[in-house]
Design a protein around this ligand. Structure first.
Ligand SMILES: Nc1ncnc2c1ncn2[C@@H]1O[C@H](COP(=O)(O)OP(=O)(O)OP(=O)(O)O)[C@@H](O)[C@H]1O
Ligand SMILES: [Mg+2]
Length: 379
C-alpha cells in the first residue's frame, strides 16, 4: 500500500502547526498499516502519537470525534457513525447504480496511485430520488466500505433562526471535513434552497455552499462529501455541477425488489412460495415502504403467535394502500375482502390464482371463485 497522500497531509499539517491534521492522518496511516499487516510500523507510529503532546481529541476510526456546536443552541450540528457500528450494512441498488458505487469505492481505494500520477479522484456524490429509496442507507454502506466515519448533518438542524448562523454552521462542517478525514453527509440538501424567504440569507447560503464545494474538490484530503435530496429540481445548477458523481436513487427495479423482499423476509419458506406475487404487489414501492409492511407483519405474527402468512402481509399491504388513499376499502369486512380479492386478481390473473388469492385474504378457493363470479375452473 502506498501512503503518499497521508505523508503529504502529515507534512502539510506539521508545517501549518495543525495538530489535528497531523494526528488524524497518522491515525489513518496506522489503520492502513494494520490492514496490510505492517503491525510493527503501526505500533511505532502509535508510540510516537501517544508520546507526543498533540491534542488527542479527534481520532478517526473508532473513537470520539468532537463535532462543532451550533453557537446559539450549543447543540452538535451533526451526528457521527463509525465504520465499526455499520459493518452489517447492505444495500440493494439497480445494476447501474451499484456499478457506479463500486467504481467510486475502487477509485477511493486507488487514490494514492491516482494522486501519484497527478490526478485527483472525484470526492463528492449527489444522491437524488424519492423518499425511502436508500440514500441515507447508501451513505452508511459507503462508511462501512471506505472505513471513514460518517458525519451526518441534518441541514434542518444546521439551519439556525439567526441571520448568518446557518452559513457559519455549514462553513464549520466543511472546515471540519477538511481537517478530519470523514464522509460528510449533507442530508436534505435542498433545505439550503428553501431555507426561508429571506433573500439575503438564501443568497449567502448558496454562495457559501458553492465556494466550499469548490474548495473540497480542490483539496482532496481524503474526505468525501455526499449530499442527498428528494427535490433535485430545487438545487442551484451551479451546485449541481460540483458533484463528481450524481446518482438517481429510484424505487427498486424488479431485480432489486426481489432482493429486498428476500432480505426483509429472511429468505424463509414464505418468500420462496410467493416471491413472484410479492414482487408484483410491491411494484413501485420504495425499499422503506416494503420494509415497513413486512416488519409490521412480522410483529403481528409474533404478537398473535402465528406463522407469517400471506394474509398477514396483505392485511398490512392494504392498510398501507388505504392510508395513502390508493384504495377505497369498505368499512364492512365482507365487502372489503371482496374489494381485495378483485384488486389482487386485477394485478395479475395468472400469478393470483383463486387458491393464491385465498391465501392472501384468508378465504377458501371456492369463496374467491364465487366472488369473482367466474364459472371456469382455476388451476
Ligand atoms: N435500496 C435499498 N437497499 C436496502 N435497504 C433499503 C433500500 N431502500 C430502502 N431501504 C430500507 O429503508 C430504510 C430507509 O431508507 P433510507 O433512509 O436510506 O431512505 P432515503 O432515500 O434516505 O429516504 P429520505 O429521502 O426520506 O431521506 C433503510 O434503513 C432500509 O432499511
Ligand atoms: Mg435519507
Amino acid at each position: 500500500m502506498d501512503f503518499s497522500v497521508e505523508i503529504y497531509k502529515i507534512i502539510e499539517g506539521a508545517l501549518k502547526h495543525d495538530d489535528d491534521k497531523v494526528i488524524n492522518y497518522t491515525k489513518l496511516m496506522i489503520d492502513n498499516l494494520i490492514k496490510c499487516n505492517n503491525i510493527r510500523q503501526a505500533k511505532m507510529l502509535e508510540k510516537v502519537i501517544s508520546n507526543s503532546t498533540f491534542k488527542k481529541n479527534q481520532i478517526i476510526t473508532n473513537n470520539i470525534i468532537n463535532i462543532p456546536l451550533d453557537k446559539e443552541s450549543r447543540l452538535p450540528i451533526a451526528d457521527v457513525f463509525y465504520p465499526n457500528q455499520l459493518i452489517d450494512e447492505v444495500i440493494y441498488l439497480n445494476e447501474e447504480n451499484q456499478q457506479n458505487v463500486n467504481t467510486f469505492i475502487e477509485y477511493y481505494n486507488s487514490r494514492n496511485e491516482i494522486f501519484k500520477e497527478g490526478y485527483q479522484i472525484p470526492n463528492s456524490i449527489l444522491l437524488f430520488g424519492p423518499p425511502g429509496t436508500g440514500k441515507t442507507k447508501l451513505a452508511k454502506y459507503l462508511c462501512s466500505k471506505i472505513q471513514l466515519p460518517l458525519v451526518v448533518a441534518r441541514l434542518d438542524g444546521v439551519i439556525s433562526s439567526y441571520l448568518g448562523s446557518t452559513a457559519k454552521n455549514i462553513r464549520q462542517l466543511f472546515d471540519f471535513a477538511q481537517r478530519v478525514p470523514c464522509i460528510l453527509f449533507l442530508d436534505e440538501f435542498d433545505a439550503i434552497a428553501k431555507v426561508r424567504d429571506d433573500e439575503h440569507e438564501l443568497g449567502e447560503l448558496k454562495r457559501v455552499v458553492n465556494s466550499l464545494l469548490q474548495n473540497i474538490d480542490s483539496l482532496n484530503n481524503g474526505s468525501i462529501i455526499i449530499a442527498a435530496t428528494n427535490h433535485e429540481n430545487l438545487l442551484d445548477p451551479a451546485v449541481w455541477r460540483r458533484f463528481g458523481f450524481k446518482l438517481k436513487i429510484d424505487v427498486p427495479n424488479e431485480k432489486s425488489r426481489f432482493e429486498l423482499i428476500k432480505y426483509f423476509l429472511n429468505d424463509n419458506y414464505f418468500y420462496k412460495k410467493y416471491c413472484n406475487q410479492l414482487n408484483i404487489l410491491f411494484k413501485n414501492f420504495s425499499g422503506a415502504d416494503i420494509e415497513e409492511i413486512i416488519k409490521k407483519s412480522k410483529i403481528d405474527a409474533i404478537v398473535y403467535k402465528t406463522n407469517l402468512t400471506a394474509s398477514i402481509i396483505s392485511n398490512h399491504y392494504f392498510q398501507f394502500l388505504s392510508m395513502r388513499n390508493l384504495i377505497d376499502l369498505s368499512p364492512n369486512d365482507k365487502d372489503s375482502t371482496n374489494i381485495k380479492i378483485k384488486f389482487l386478481r386485477d394485478l395479475d390473473s395468472k400469478l393470483f390464482s383463486y387458491a393464491t388469492i385465498g391465501d392472501f385474504v384468508d378465504k377458501s378457493k371456492s369463496y374467491v371463485s364465487s366472488v369473482l363470479n367466474e364459472s371456469d375452473g382455476d388451476n
